[in-house]
Design a protein around this ligand. Structure first.
Ligand code: PGA
Length: 253
């Protein structure tokens, strides 16, 4: 089964509106004409509208980094799926390890966020991954299993097709320690097997699984050559036009 490679840039809490617009202008130019790969950028909330306007006519998709599951109301500081749709978002990153680590996100709240996102017709980049302690304690697969089961609880086949999974080992995020292609592939294969058990072979074959954690132009090709690695969720290296474009153009490296 051919899955379209998907490279997404997670800008995290970086870029003012002006800086964000400059970066997408650069990306639009450097990525013009690139085919056979889907691309998305996830600026902070404050820059979404301006980036959306700048992306008009481009095939680069817009993603948000989080949302709240209610449509509207007295939830100070939160942003709803409808609001994100209105400013041109196509994807929402949910369950990033930084949200789990610093902002109390749990499998249950991840599940509620995924539900609300899919219900509003947005697509999800659902992040999972083990910490260093969990890996060293031999718990990688049980943690991944728990996160997949918890995050996807209550979904039927139809909805799940609007989802991308990002495997991001916490020990590899922002540390410069990438998982080796083989280490990543082992977990990606496990995730696909789990999806097959939960849904079907057909569904698990369709779902794209990105790898995230210190992806760079130097290591992307090796990672992308693995059978079950269908893309990358890129943090640090997505903040510069040159390195992100190289990653998107991994086939040419
Ligand atoms: P990194 O971040 O590429 O800076 O390691 C990846 C991520 O957290 O999505």
């Amino acid at each position: 089964m051919e899955r379209l490679p998907f490279i997404a840039g997670n800008w995290k809490m970086n870029k003012t509106v002006g800086e964000a617009v400059d970066l997408v202008r650069e990306l639009k130019a450097s990525l013009a004409g690139v085919q056979g790969v889907e691309v998305a950028v996830a600026p902070p909330f404050t820059a979404l509208y301006a980036v959306w306007k700048e992306l008009e006519g481009s095939s680069i998709h817009l993603a948000a980094q989080n949302l709240y599951w209610e449509e509207k109301g007295a939830f100070t500081g939160e942003v709803s799926p409808i609001m994100l749709k209105e400013v041109g978002c196509h994807y929402v990153i949910i369950g990033h390890s930084e949200r789990r680590q610093f902002f109390g996100e749990t499998d249950e709240t991840v599940n509620r966020r995924i539900k609300a996102t899919l219900t509003q017709g947005l697509k999800v980049i659902f992040c999972i991954g083990e910490t260093l302690n969990e890996r060293e304690g031999g718990k990688t697969f049980s943690v991944i299993e728990r996160q997949v089961e918890g995050g996807l609880k209550g979904f039927g086949d139809k909805k799940i097709e609007n989802m991308v999974i990002a495997y991001e080992p916490v020990w590899a995020i922002g540390t410069g320690k990438t998982a080796t292609p083989e280490q990543a592939e082992e977990v990606h294969r496990f995730i696909r097997g789990k999806l097959e058990k939960l849904y079907s072979r057909e569904v698990s074959d369709k779902i794209r699984i990105q790898y995230g954690g210190s992806v760079t132009p130097e290591n992307v090709k090796g990672l992308m050559s693995q059978r079950n690695i269908d893309g990358a969720l890129v943090g640090g290296a997505s903040l510069k036009g040159e390195s992100f474009s190289k990653i998107v153009r991994f086939k040419e490296l």
